[in-house]
Design a protein around this ligand. Structure first.
Ligand SMILES: *Cc1c(COP(=O)(O)O)cnc(C)c1O
Length: 383
């Protein structure tokens, strides 16, 4: 499988190339920003399997070995066809454990092959830092540096990050919010020579490998939800995706493009740029990040939307590039009508809707699910 750049300005790469060359690009205005996306999704698969299938299975087994649930990801069936996909059985209880543990294994595999060392630099508002640390702690070819905004993470996340006593883990508490914390990271990554010299990389949710692993859980959930795959057409499953950087949304959308019959409902908090984009075509930055209880979703720039735009435009890298460059210049883009109207097309099952809610709603929703689960467990004679 080859990967092409959403902006059409870099030569195609294989999976290994996509894994290493991404992440740094988001943070630097001086380097060319490329988001990789598989060229074979809509056409035919290309050559070049980056990892042998047997090795891949081993790496994934290793990645999941520390999950507490034997199914790794568990689908809990509630009432009236409502299901909850439990993605939180990893070491840090964040759904990011799933994609980061796999990504760290892939990284290690390629680093050993190349006899190389990298330093991962992460700024975090909570979930990413803990999960990234756990995924690479004790790994000999990787050092990780995490900037932790003091007082802006939950106590448990702060403890998760500061109590890992491995030599390759370096955590720094910094003053300021997550926007301010991004500044020194941007400065570091803007120094291309420095980045090259020290083999710096990032592991944020723009990394293709993370999106790839998240695509798998959409498929897994679908197969768990549908009793039989013999019907035609296949039943439609509605998936509610809480999102911040649109990583999980992009993963679901690509899964749809591959043919998975899901309808995506996007849940955001008061940081509502995705809501405005889908509803009105208004892809513009608001004044500042608003702090909510769901801090992992407090994100200003949902950079994975670029992958969604690329797919909406029919894989048109010119259109995507123009759009993103305008956004970078003016921090505000009105989606062209043709592109915006695409999401309303009723062909197949490609639709996106947004459920705007603040973190209280998310809590309410989860509370409701929890109540249903307890009720079901009681019915079964469970505790
Ligand atoms: C990271 C995170 C999100 C946002 O994920 P994206 O896929 O980047 O939108 C949402 N919820 C939780 C709990 C997270 O940890």
């Amino acid at each position: 499988m080859w990967y092409v750049s959403t902006r059409g300005i870099a030569p195609r790469v294989n999976f290994e190339g996509a894994l290493f060359s991404e992440g740094t690009s988001r943070l630097s205005r001086t380097t060319i920003l490329c988001l990789w996306i598989p060229s074979g999704i809509l056409k035919r698969p290309g050559p070049s399997l980056a990892i042998h299938p047997t090795t891949l299975t081993d790496l994934i087994d290793r990645a999941f070995s520390r999950f507490r649930h034997r199914e790794v990801v568990h689908l809990s069936r509630l009432r009236n066809g409502l299901n909850v996909l439990e993605l939180w059985h990893g070491v840090t209880y964040a759904f990011k454990d799933l994609s980061l543990s796999c990504t760290a294994q892939f990284l290690q595999y390629f680093l050993e092959k190349r006899e190389k060392h990298v330093t991962v630099v992460v700024g975090t508002s909570g979930d990413t830092g803990s999960a990234a640390i756990e995924s690479v702690q004790g790994t000999k070819n990787v050092d990780i540096i995490v900037l932790l905004p003091k007082g802006h993470c939950t106590k448990i996340q702060e403890l998760q990050m500061t109590t890992v006593l491995k030599e390759n883990v370096h955590v720094f508490g910094v003053e300021g919010n997550s926007d301010e914390l991004d500044e020194p990271i941007k400065t570091v990554f803007a120094d291309v020579a420095f980045v090259k010299k020290h083999n710096l990389m990032s592991l944020n949710s723009i990394n293709w490998s993370r999106v790839l692993v998240q695509m798998a859980h959409h498929f897994f959930a679908y197969f768990q939800c549908t009793p039989s795959l013999d019907t035609h057409p296949l039943p439609l499953v509605e998936v509610v995706v809480p999102t911040g950087a649109a990583g999980n949304l992009a993963a679901g959308y690509i899964a749809q493009k591959i043919g998975l019959p899901i309808r995506l409902v996007v849940a955001v908090n008061r940081n509502d740029i995705i809501h405005r984009t889908v509803q009105q075509g208004d892809f513009s930055l608001s004044e500042a990040v608003k702090s909510t209880l769901a801090s992992a979703m407090d994100i200003q720039v949902p950079y994975n939307m670029e992958r969604v735009f690329w797919l909406l435009s029919g894989c048109d890298s010119q259109v995507t590039r123009a759009l993103m460059e305008q956004f970078e210049r003016t921090q505000s883009v009105n989606l062209p009508k043709e592109l915006h109207s695409k999401r309303w097309e009723r062909q197949d099952y490609e639709q996106m809707a947004v459920m705007e809610c603040d973190s209280c709603c998310v809590e309410l929703c989860l509370g409701n699910c929890g109540a249903q689960k307890r009720e079901r467990d009681r019915g079964r004679g469970g505790g």
